[in-house]
Design a protein around this ligand. Structure first.
Ligand SMILES: C[S@@+](CC[C@H](N)C(=O)[O-])C[C@H]1O[C@@H](n2cnc3c(N)ncnc32)[C@H](O)[C@@H]1O
Length: 260
C-alpha cells in the first residue's frame, strides 16, 4: 500500500513492536503512559489520543479509569491494524480508532476532557494550528498530556540528517522552549515541560544491545540480513543524536482555562 501518510511500513511496524512491545510504536510501554497520564484523574473521562498508532497506549488509558478513548491516526495501514487489534481485544465499545486526514480535527468544540499524544506530534509541521485544534476540542478545564520528541537549538547537524535518513520518516521537531510557546500561544495555562533525554538515552543504548543480542535472531527471521543491518544502523544513529543531545524526548502537560 502506498499513501502520502504511510511512512511506517510493515517492516518498521514489526521492528518497533519487537523493541517496544506489541501495540506500541514508541518507547516506554505502559509505564510511559502511566507517567504522562498519571497526574490526571482520568476516571470517567473522554480522551482523544492524537496519533494513536496501534492503540496499545489507549488500552492503558482505560486501565487508568478513562471511560472512552478516541484514537486517531493518518496512516491507513496503522489505523486498520489498530482497529483489528482493538476488535480482537474486545474493547471496541470503549476504544474507537479512526483514520483521519491531517489538519483540522473532525470533532465538535469541547468534545473531550483530555487530549493525549505519544511521540506522534513530531510528525505535524504546523504546531500552532495543531495546538489551536487541541484547545478547541477540549472542554474548559480540560487537560493536554503528551510525550514528544524535541530538538536542540539551532539547525540540524549532520548526525540528525543521517538519523532522519535512516529512519525514512519525516520529522518536524522544535525545541522544548518553542514547543511551550506554541502551547501557550493556543491559550493553555499551567504548562509543564520535562526533558527526559538522559533517561531515554540510556534506554536506547539498552535497546541497541538487545537488537544485537536477544532480538538478533528474530530480526533476521522477520526482515533478513539487509533489514537487520539497516535497523541496527538506524538505532546506532539514534543513540548518537541522543548522546549528543541533538534529539531530546520530553513530556508536556497543560490545561485549558475554565471559561470566564
Ligand atoms: C511513533 S508513532 C506513535 C504511535 C503511538 N502514539 C504509540 O506511541 O504507539 C507516530 C504515529 O503518528 C501518526 N501520525 C503522523 N502524523 C499524524 C497526524 N497529523 N495526525 C495524527 N497522527 C499522525 C503516524 O501515522 C504514527 O502512527
Amino acid at each position: 500500500m502506498t499513501d502520502a501518510h504511510e511512512e511506517y511500513d510493515d517492516r518498521m511496524l514489526t521492528l518497533l513492536q519487537m523493541i517496544w512491545g506489541e501495540g506500541y510504536l514508541s518507547p516506554g510501554g505502559p509505564q510511559a503512559v502511566r507517567e504522562i497520564a498519571g497526574g490526571l484523574d482520568l476516571t470517567g473521562k473522554r480522551v482523544l489520543d492524537i496519533g494513536c498508532g496501534l492503540g496499545g497506549l489507549d488500552q492503558v488509558l482505560l486501565t487508568l479509569g478513562a471511560a472512552h478513548v478516541t484514537g486517531i491516526d493518518v496512516a491507513p495501514l496503522i489505523a486498520k491494524l489498530g482497529q483489528d487489534r482493538i476488535r480482537r481485544s474486545g474493547l471496541a465499545n470503549r476504544i474507537d480508532i479512526q483514520l483521519v486526514e491531517p489538519g483540522p480535527l473532525p470533532f465538535a468544540d469541547a468534545s473531550f476532557d483530555v487530549v493525549f499524544g505519544k511521540d506522534a506530534w513530531l510528525h505535524i509541521p504546523d504546531k500552532d494550528a495543531h495546538f489551536a485544534e487541541v484547545y478547541r476540542v477540549l472542554k474548559p478545564g480540560g487537560r493536554l498530556a503528551a510525550g514528544d520528541w524535541m530538538k536542540a537549538p539551532g539547525p540540524y547537524g549532520p548526525d540528525m540528517a543521517y538519523f532522519f535518513k535512516m529512519e525514512g520518516l519525516t520529522y518536524h521537531l522544535v525545541t522544548l522552549a518553542a514547543y511551550g510557546q506554541h502551547i501557550h500561544g493556543a491559550g493553555f495555562t499551567d504548562i509543564r515541560l520535562t526533558d527526559i533525554t538522559e533517561r531515554y538515552r540510556a534506554d536506547a543504548h539498552e535497546e541497541l544491545a538487545r537488537m544485537k543480542g536477544e532480538l538478533a535472531e528474530m530480526m533476521l527471521a522477520e526482515m533478513g540480513e539487509e533489514g537487520s543491518a539497516h535497523f541496527l544502523e538506524d538505532w546506532r544513529s539514534l543513540t548518537v543524536v541522543l548522546d549528543k543531545g541533538e534529539l531530546r524526548p520530553a513530556q508536556v502537560w497543560a490545561r485549558k482555562p475554565l471559561a470566564g
